[in-house]
Write a protein that binds this ligand. Structure first.
Ligand code: NDP
Length: 317
């Protein structure tokens, strides 16, 4: 019996299934690159945890995140993208072709790789946050908000995500505290206005969370500090059943860091206005290389650029 282990070889491997990955797949498939796309753990990426998307062109009435991502998936598939469920656990970008290990088992060789692995929600780093994760602590209001209907909850953060989550929860919960560490919201004006006008959202400016408390049954509240270190520093407790983090994201680049140049925050560094990384034949698109804009539409745009860059690279081989 043969024990020969044949390694699959593909022209273009795309890692990630958010707007960047799917858009790269649509362009790569239409350019006859026969792309293979690995979805990662969260098929459809971060947008699958968003409710209404109102700012993606082409949807004048708005669209839910999951529906939009399903549309993108079908569009990528329509042109022949081979979409597979799997997680990249190791890469070897030291030579050519590039070697990518999936789920710790199977290895694929690729002439060109597009990294579109996105970013993951950031947590405060409190031990009690770990203790209540899944029992009151969440980083996704649209996933878990339903469990807190009629209850009191808190959202941490002052950006668009925090405002969006607070507004979503305000539609479900009796009261929402928005805990903001500065004395202003960083979110866009329209989101700020909506939050400040919501009767059941109380914005706690200049507050930080010190600790969460509760019992084996789950979270019961949070201990906060107002103007930490200032003369008028004060501590207070709020009673909440749910505590939602919306304080930004960390790029999913751990598996690539041995080979790919990252910035101080862990985002992939690309060359000029291109999607080229420091490794020839490896390209990056979407939130994994964009600490600034991080929108669905900008991710889709960079996915398109990555496919075009990959196509030109492959043509030159
Ligand atoms: P942002 O980086 O914009 O905001 C993060 C917020 O969390 C800031 O208010 C920040 O405070 C706060 N924060 C960070 N660390 C801590 C901490 N340790 N303790 C307390 N607070 C903390 O992230 P977002 O996820 O909100 O947004 C990311 C990008 O996505 C933005 O460009 C945003 O515009 C966009 N976006 C757009 C949406 C839309 O248009 N519909 C929806 C959601 C996001 P500080 O201000 O003090 O730094």
């Amino acid at each position: 019996m043969s024990t020969e282990n044949t390694i699959e070889r593909v022209k273009c491997l795309i890692i990630g299934s958010g707007p960047a990955g799917y858009t790269a797949a649509i362009y790569a498939a239409r350019a006859n690159l026969s792309p293979v796309l690995y979805t990662g753990l969260q098929m459809g990426g971060q947008l699958t945890t968003t409710t209404e998307v109102e700012n993606f062109p082409g949807y004048p009435e708005g669209v839910t995140g999951p529906v939009m991502m399903e549309d993108m998936r079908r569009q990528a598939e329509r042109f022949g993208t081979d979409i597979r469920f799997g997680i990249v656990t190791k890469v070897d970008f030291s030579g050519h072709p590039h070697k990518i290990t999936l789920d710790g088992e199977q290895t694929i060789e690729a002439n060109a790789v597009i990294i579109a692995t996105g970013a993951t929600a950031r947590y405060l780093g409190l031990p009690s946050e770990e203790q209540f994760r899944g029992a009151g602590v969440s980083a996704c209001a649209t996933c878990d908000g339903f469990f807190y209907r009629g209850k009191e909850v808190a959202v941490v953060g002052g950006g668009d995500t925090a405002c969006e989550e607070a507004l979503y929860l305000a539609g479900l919960c009796r009261k929402v505290y928005l805990i903001v560490r500065k004395n202003y919201l960083r979110a866009s004006k329209v989101m700020q206005q909506r939050v400040l006008a919501a009767p059941n959202i109380e914005v706690l400016f200049e507050h930080n969370t010190v600790e969460l408390f509760g019992s084996e049954m789950g979270l019961e509240g949070a201990r906060l500090v107002y103007r930490k270190g200032e003369a008028d520093e004060a501590f207070k407790e709020i009673r909440v059943d749910g505590f939602f983090l919306a304080i930004g994201h960390v790029p999913n680049t751990g598996v690539f860091k041995e080979f790919i140049r990252l910035d101080a925050e862990g985002y992939i560094v690309t060359e000029g206005t291109s999607t080229r990384t420091n490794v020839p034949g490896v390209f990056a698109a979407g939130d994994v290389m964009d600490p600034v804009y991080r929108q669905g539409i900008t991710s889709a745009g960079s996915g398109c650029k990555a496919a075009i860059d990959a196509e030109r690279y492959l043509a030159g081989l």
